[in-house]
Design a protein around this ligand. Structure first.
Ligand code: SAJ
Length: 427
């Protein structure tokens, strides 16, 4: 194979399919047999716009084949999870297990590329681990040894726009050696039309963490503002819209909290590396993590007069138009509501989510509801995600209900990067 991609998730699968669509012979490797079978049928096992056609095309051309073991290849792209571990560090067990799967098939001359978001120093650690497993190889050009080129090239695509951003985003590549970085650049030029910027591996790791931390800090400011505005009785959407008329101000949108496996996680890797200095980073995380609890307090307060009320909860995914419920603030909100007001009836709606998320199933939620059924049967409507399906509900279906619109879609027109936030609208 030209390329073997290890991990066929939200990043690995589109990367594999993009290389295959450009004519590379690609092996997609995953430990889950069900994922491998789905990909070999040309299917995408999750919701992401425009990905289905690229995957099915690549499979039917014969350029993308999925399997459960790592074959020999010229380049290995590792795209496995690096979740948060106890104590705010990264759990590198999936990465180390991918390294153990790759090590035996190395012959020398290959590229080993880490795409997973990783704490500073991880690429060096990966290189050292590969050498431990294969002492006959070398990371530098040493006489008499076959060299492997270990490189970090963090993915930066936005869920919901993966197929576009995979091609158009600029890409940072950090090598343990300059030669490795150059070889990786040559490879990524096949799929990437953006600029490819070369650096060392640790700077590349930090670049990715800093991008997501920048966003987390800015969203935290918007979320803090929404809570301040609640207290002061100010419409946060109006306020942000006015402030954003300033040429150098661009306040982001408040929401029910920050979810996903990236922005809610990556800043902790910086905090973990330098806890004594990363104070703003830590505080931003804490503000965003506190926001779902604020939404719960608002909901409970709104219901005080109506014990046993029914609440339509709109949206379980961590953001609009995707099906990913990982680290979703909606899940936290529902868990907390179930604990605080056990007599309330919760009608959960999410057109993109098929199954009740496990933590909620464990608390007794047995099914999700269609939108119209949930609206008809509810006293309070709690909007948590701005999915397209929720943008323009029938006003008659909302009449007479208490509405808590945490994304501001029913109080402000939908805008991409501007001014939406938490507002309680009495109907
Ligand atoms: N959110 C707000 N208000 C906003 C923007 C976002 O509340 O104004 C919330 C969203 O609802 C969601 C969370 O923040 O819960 C994160 O969403 P997002 O769209 O900002 O980002 P992700 O997590 O989907 O993707 C991010 C992206 N990083 C940046 O924009 C700097 C993406 O480019 C990365 O590739 C991705 O993380 C990743 O994999 O690291």
């Amino acid at each position: 194979f030209d390329v073997a991609v290890i991990g066929l998730g939200y990043i690995g699968l589109p990367t594999a399919a993009s290389f295959a669509a450009k004519g590379k012979k690609v092996a997609g490797v995953d430990v889950k047999q069900a994922t491998v079978d789905a990909v070999n049928r040309g299917e995408v096992p999750f919701v992401e716009p425009d990905m289905g056609v690229v995957v099915s095309g690549a499979v039917s051309l014969g350029n993308l084949v999925a399997m459960t073991t790592v074959p020999a290849a010229d380049a290995f792209i590792i795209a496995v999870p690096t979740p948060l571990a106890e104590g705010n560090g990264a759990d590198l067990s999936y990465l180390l297990s991918a390294a153990r799967a790759v090590a035996p098939v190395l012959r020398g001359g290959e590229l080993v590329i880490l795409e997973s978001t990783s704490p500073p120093g991880t690429t060096q650690r990966l290189g050292a681990y590969l050498l431990e497993l294969r002492p006959d190889l070398s990371l530098d050009a040493l006489p008499g040894r076959n060299q492997v080129h270990v490189v970090h090239s963090p993915e930066r695509v936005l869920p919901g726009r993966i197929m576009i951003e995979m091609v158009t985003n600029d890409r940072v590549i950090g090598g343990l050696t300059e030669e490795g970085a150059l070889l990786a650049k040559r490879l990524y030029e096949v799929i990437c039309q953006g600029e490819i910027l070369l650096t060392d591996a640790t700077t590349a790791e930090m670049t990715k963490l800093v991008e997501n931390t920048f966003r987390d800090v800015n969203i935290a400011f918007a979320n803090e503002l929404s809570m301040i505005c609640d207290k002061l009785g100010i419409d946060v959407w109006k306020l942000i819209e006015l402030a954003n008329h300033h040429p150098r101000v661009n306040v982001l949108r408040p929401g029910p909290g920050v979810g996903g496996h990236c922005i809610a996680v990556d800043p902790w890797f910086i905090v973990d590396a330098v806890p004594e200095l990363a104070t703003l980073t830590r505080t931003a995380r804490e503000v965003n993590d506190a926001k779902p609890h604020h939404v719960v307090a608002q909901t409970v307060a709104a219901l005080e007069a109506r014990p046993g009320a029914s609440i339509a909860v709109l949206g379980l995914a961590f953001k609009a138009n995707i099906d990913d419920v990982r680290e979703s603030p909606s899940v936290t909100v529902v868990e907390e509501l179930l604990r605080q007001i056990p007599d309330a009836r919760l009608l959960l709606v999410d057109p993109n989510v098929e199954e009740v998320p496990a933590p909620l199933a464990a608390l007794g939620i047995s099914r999700l509801h269609p939108l119209d059924e949930a609206l008809a049967g509810s006293d309070l409507v709690l909007l948590l995600v701005d999915h397209d399906e929720f943008l323009s509900p029938d006003p008659r279906a909302l009449a007479g209900k208490t509405i808590i619109d945490t994304r501001g879609i029913w109080t402000q027109p939908k805008q991409e990067e501007a001014t939406r936030g938490l507002a309680t609208v009495g109907a």
